[in-house]
Structures are given as C-alpha cells and as structure tokens.
Design a protein around this ligand. Structure first.
Ligand SMILES: *Cc1c(COP(=O)(O)O)cnc(C)c1O
Length: 382
C-alpha cells in the first residue's frame, strides 16, 4: 500500500499531464512565461485573493513574505511548536527570533490561548518587537482564524498563513491561503496540490507586498532583472511545473478534495468504536471547517508502543509516518536561538502519540478498511 498514491494520480490524469508537458517543451519557454502567469491567475481566483505569486518552494514562499514585511533582527515571530521545520526555519533565516507557541490538543493547530499568554510574556520580559504570527494549517485543517485574527488585530501583528498542507481546505466560505495578510503554499509532490518537483506560491490582496515579493523572488529586481534595487533571492516556479499544476487543478478542485474527504469519513466511521474502547483519538474537524487531508493523523493512547505498532502494520504492507517526532523548540538548530511558551505540554504529548495513516484521493475503500482492521487487531497487543 502507498502512503499517498502519486502513481495512481498520475495514471488517472496521464493524458492531460503528458500533453501539458509536451506543449511546454515545444514552446521552449522554461522559466516564467504565459504558462506560469496563467496558473497564477487561476490560483488567485480559486483561493480568492487579488494576487498569486509562484516561487520555487513552500519554504521560500514563507521567507519571501517575511522579507516583504522587512522582518529581521530584533523582531519576534510566533510559530506553533508542532509543525514542519520550515515554519520556524524561515524566521531564523531572516535573522528574527522564533517564539514557539503550544497547539490545541484536538485540532493540532496553534492554540489562541497559548498565543495570548506568550505574547504578554514576550512583551513584558524581552526587548523584542512583536511583529507577526505564522499560523499553520496542519494536516490540511485551517487554523482557528477567527480567534487568531482577533489577537493579531488587537496587538498589531501581521498574520502569515502557512497553507503548505492546507490548500483546498476552507472555513466558512473562505478558502485556505486567504486567511493571512499573506498566505503561502507548497507544491511538493506529496502535498494536497503537488507538482512533479518543487514549487510554491504566495497569496495576498496587498499590491505593495505583491510587487515587493515579485522583486525579492528575482534578485531584488527593479524595473528589470538587470536593475537590482534590493538583495533578494532566485526563487521561481518553472514552466513545466506550472503546466503540470494547471492540468491537475480542475481535478483537484472538483474531484480530489471530495474524494479524500470521503476516505477520511470512512476512517472516522470505522475507527469510532476503537476511539471509545481503546482511547484512541481520531481527527477533530470543528463545525464550518473543511480539511484537505494532507494527513489523517490519530493519537495513540499515552504509553502505547508506537514503534511496535508501526512495525506490525508495516508487516501487513501498511506504511505509517510520525509527523512530527520532535517539538520545534527542542530541535538542535534552534537551541539558544529561539524563545518559547511557558508550557508546551500539548506539543510534547502529541510528538509522542501521533501516527499518520495512509490517505489520499486515490486510496480505495478496501484499503481504508484494511488499515482500520489491522489497527484494531494490533492496538490491543501494544
Ligand atoms: C512542506 C511544508 C513546508 C515547506 O514546503 P517546501 O515546498 O517543501 O519547501 C512549509 N510548511 C509546512 C507546514 C509544510 O508542511
């Protein structure tokens, strides 16, 4: 069984994707060009922002947003303690200080309560300027933007939405990547909307930030790329990746998000009993939210032998992953270079108990049932 079946996705879309790639090859425009511009227009339209700027990957997308906001040394940026490394790495990369905040034990997303408390202590106890919050749509579920937005407005903080895993999700009638002052995503192949290499994008309504980001992404260009007015980077989406994404977008919007939600619902239904009997937590999607299911992540009972369970499942050809085993504040790279909330209990517990199961729009119902039955058999033994 595949953890996320990219091959089945390719075979399903092969005609469209192959012809899009060949079309780009015969045009011989490989970087930039109409293919990339067209994708940016369609994506901005889908997400519901005025601008979409594509770039080389989801990490650059986050960093470009921080550069546009001129965030650097002396600035504090709040980041969930439970996320992929990039969300915090970019803060240090621009010379600012990441402040790690705890997450909600049920949604796994940034806890507004922990954010409020940590904000007060950073303001009282340090000389740092509090500048921004990076909220992550972890596993595909949009963060609690109602409360986070309120906190940001109240404390004059910029909100950066890391929707690398979130594209395709929604809250009310708004799409993921549109909740931040700037939103970003990744097109890494295994993300909900992936290409066949690296890629990323930035979304915003703000004209000034959009043009700064276009400049920073191409060597700090001014009126043209040989007129360099600021120190930037080289971060572009290539035309072949844009062609792959454009050819996959209609199916992503109209089929894949529904299909993956069906598979998640099937997991929910079949793990319901186990969650009551064995104290196993299944993902919580609050009212009004829709997840794009980058991952289907359960929490094992505290003390369960996760490694042994993974081995048993692997023997039945069921791959599982631990996203993420180490809290951000405990990563070696951040030692002495980060600050943190007074309590990070939820993150610490999640790092020991989470387990991500295979999921994807091309997973079959039989495979979901096989995973559930195997979990059922193994969980009592571990
Ligand atoms: C994957 C990911 C990124 C980085 O995306 P890349 O395209 O791999 O650079 C950033 N944040 C989160 C939450 C991610 O999952």
């Amino acid at each position: 069984m595949q953890f996320r079946d990219l091959k089945a996705q390719y075979i399903y879309n092969q005609k469209n994707i192959d012809s899009a790639i060949y079309h780009t090859l015969s045009s011989s425009i490989f970087i930039g060009g109409e293919e990339v511009r067209e994708l940016e227009r369609t994506l901005a339209d889908y997400v519901g922002t005025k601008h979409c700027i594509t770039c080389a990957n989801g990490t650059d997308a986050l960093q470009l947003a921080l550069m546009a906001w001129d965030i650097g040394p002396g600035d504090a940026v709040f980041v969930p303690d439970f996320t992929f490394f990039s969300s915090g790495e970019v803060v240090s990369a621009v010379g600012a200080t990441p402040v790690f905040v705890d997450v909600d034990p049920y949604t796994y997303n940034l806890s507004p309560d922990s954010l409020r408390k940590t904000l007060v202590s950073i303001k009282n106890e340090t000389a740092l300027r509090t500048r921004a919050v990076i909220a992550v749509d972890l596993y595909g579920l949009p963060a609690n933007y109602t409360e986070i937005r309120e906190i940001c407005d109240c404390h004059d903080l910029l909100l950066l939405e890391d929707a690398a895993q979130g594209l395709g999700g929604s809250l009310g009638n708004k799409m993921a990547a549109s909740f931040g002052d700037i939103g970003t995503t990744s097109f890494f192949p295994a993300k909900p909307f992936g290409c066949y290499g690296d890629g990323g994008a930035i979304f915003t309504d703000d004209d000034n930030w959009a043009s700064l980001i276009r400049s920073y992404a191409v060597h700090g260009k001014g009126s043209n790329k040989y007129d360099n007015v600021r120190i930037g980077m080289n971060s572009r989406l290539d035309a072949i990746q844009a062609a792959v994404l454009s050819s996959k977008l209609p199916i992503f919007i109209h089929e894949e998000i529904d299909k993956v939600n069906k598979m998640a619902a099937l997991y929910d239904a079949n793990l319901q009993d186990l969650s009551e009997e064995a104290n196993l937590h299944i993902p919580v999607i609050p009212d009004g939210y829709r997840s794009s299911w980058a991952q289907y992540t359960i929490q094992l009972p505290v003390g369960a032998n996760r490694r042994a369970l993974q081995n048993e499942l692997q023997m039945k050809d069921i791959p599982t992953m631990v996203y993420y085993p180490i809290p951000m504040h405990a990563q070696a790279a951040f030692q002495s270079a980060c600050l943190q909330a007074k309590s990070l209990n939820c993150t610490e517990c999640l790092c020991k108990t989470v387990l991500s199961l295979p999921i994807g729009p091309y997973m079959t119902e039989d495979d979901v049932l096989l995973v559930c039955n195997s979990l059922n058999e193994s969980i009592t033994r571990i």
